[in-house]
Write a protein that binds this ligand. Structure first.
Ligand code: 3PG
Ligand code: MG
Length: 399
């Protein structure tokens, strides 16, 4: 199925036309100061926005931020994002204090050619995430009134059946933005015929979140390396005691079954960094994976595991990584994530980092982003893509 993209729209000419761009500007904010702690998602949408600005469009950007409950909530305002976006674009971004109300209307009406507006958080409106088609549709009507054409560049949200990603494209001429196009191209390589060995590294806290993707990936990959909080449920399934580590008791049987069916493809940690508390200054030691003391919890994979994972990664020709190997936000428990990330950059492979926490980890650890083949802006979206699920935002662009 073919999807029209930004170049098709630009070829038609957008000068003086209003173009509604759905972006995913859902960036992490510092809880105390409210400052943006990682602007990767803002930078990722710049190629699309700059191209529209240069072509003289009136650019109306919309996004969600966090999970407000369908009503305005100041802690989830996009205002700081408008400021940062303006800095990066090198031109002021006109911020609307609401999404489809008076402020939005007058902001959009006031735009000159080549200017950019950002609407307030889409999720301040019940219609955005409503399960009711009519309620979503009514909100989509209001949004669609702000554009003569629609560009979806919100890859991180394409797995959501929300008004701005699923219903607005049914109401306007629609194309995929540069970011969505690139993401789909890259992930398509992984689901198609990836060059082998194909090695996947999964981390993060819960097995239950990753179960579907593990099932989908097992037949396709040559090696599946598992770290992060979810490794403890697998270690338990291997018969080891895991102390007070994160454990999904009801997933142990499932993990045992996966290990039996994996044909030896799954690699688990052989050592872990075990601490006496979940705290940056907790007393901690490296212990064998089958020797976690009963009063301790594992907060990172150990050095022997990093070496084993690195050896597997050094053989790879294709790599996908999603989820940190430990609590990388605390320096004492960041070595596993750093070690695996560095091994990925050293491998002579096409590497893809899957969104959310792992992309943030790459930047927080000061790693060179350009040494990865692609850093996805979608955590959940990239996993669902790899699961082979239909993504409402992509399907809407195909029609
Ligand atoms: C994300 O950060 O995962 C995307 O922006 C989607 O957000 P959501 O999980 O709250 O729908
Ligand atoms: Mg999410």
């Amino acid at each position: 199925m073919s999807i029209r993209n930004l170049d098709d729209l630009l070829a038609e000419g957008v000068s003086g036309r209003r173009v509604l761009v759905r972006a995913d500007l859902n960036v992490p904010l510092d809880k105390q100061t409210g400052e943006i702690t990682d602007d990767g998602r803002i930078r990722a949408v710049l190629p699309t926005l700059s191209a529209l600005v240069q072509a003289g469009a009136k650019v109306v950007v919309c996004s969600h931020l966090g999970r407000p409950k369908g009503a305005p909530d100041p802690q989830f305002s996009l205002r700081p994002v408008a400021g940062r976006l303006g800095e990066l674009l090198g031109a002021p971004v006109h911020f609307a204090e609401d999404t489809v109300g008076d402020s939005a209307r007058s902001t959009v009406e006031g735009l000159a050619d080549g200017q950019v507006a950002l609407l307030e958080n889409l999720r301040f409106n019940k219609g955005e995430t409503s399960k009711d088609d009519a309620e979503r549709g009514a909100f989509a009507d209001q949004l669609a009134a702000f554009g003569d054409a629609y560009v979806d560049d919100a890859f991180g949200a394409v797995h959501r059946k929300h008004a701005s990603v699923h219903d607005v494209p049914a109401r306007l001429p629609h194309v995929a933005g540069r970011l969505v196009l690139r993401e789909v191209e890259v992930l398509g390589k992984l689901t198609g015929d990836p060059e082998r060995p194909y090695v996947v590294v999964l981390g993060g806290s819960k097995v239950s979140d990753k179960l579907a993707v593990i099932e989908a990936l097992l037949p396709k990959v040559d090696r599946l390396l598992i770290g992060g909080g979810m490794c403890f449920t697998f270690l338990k399934a291997q018969g080891h005691e895991v102390g007070t580590s994160l454990l999904e008791e009801d997933m142990v049987e499932t993990c045992r079954n996966l290990l039996e069916r994996s044909g030896g493809k799954i690699m688990l940690p052989v050592d872990v960094v075990a601490a006496d508390a979940f705290a940056p200054d907790a007393t901690h030691d490296t212990v064998p994976a089958d020797g976690i003391p009963s009063h301790r919890l594992g907060l990172d994979i150990g050095p022997e595991t990093v070496a084993g994972f690195a050896a597997a990664l050094s053989q790879a020709k294709t790599i996908f990584w999603n989820g940190p190997m430990g609590v990388f936000e605390m320096a004492a428990f960041a070595n596993g994530t750093r070690g695996v990330a560095e091994a990925i950059t050293k491998a002579d492979a096409f590497s893809v980092v899957g969104g959310g926490d792992s992309a943030a980890a790459v930047r927080a650890l000061g790693l060179d982003e350009s040494s990865f083949g692609h850093i996805s802006t979608g955590g959940g979206a990239s996993l669902e893509y790899l699961e082979g699920k239909a993504l409402p935002g992509i399907a809407a662009l195909e029609n």
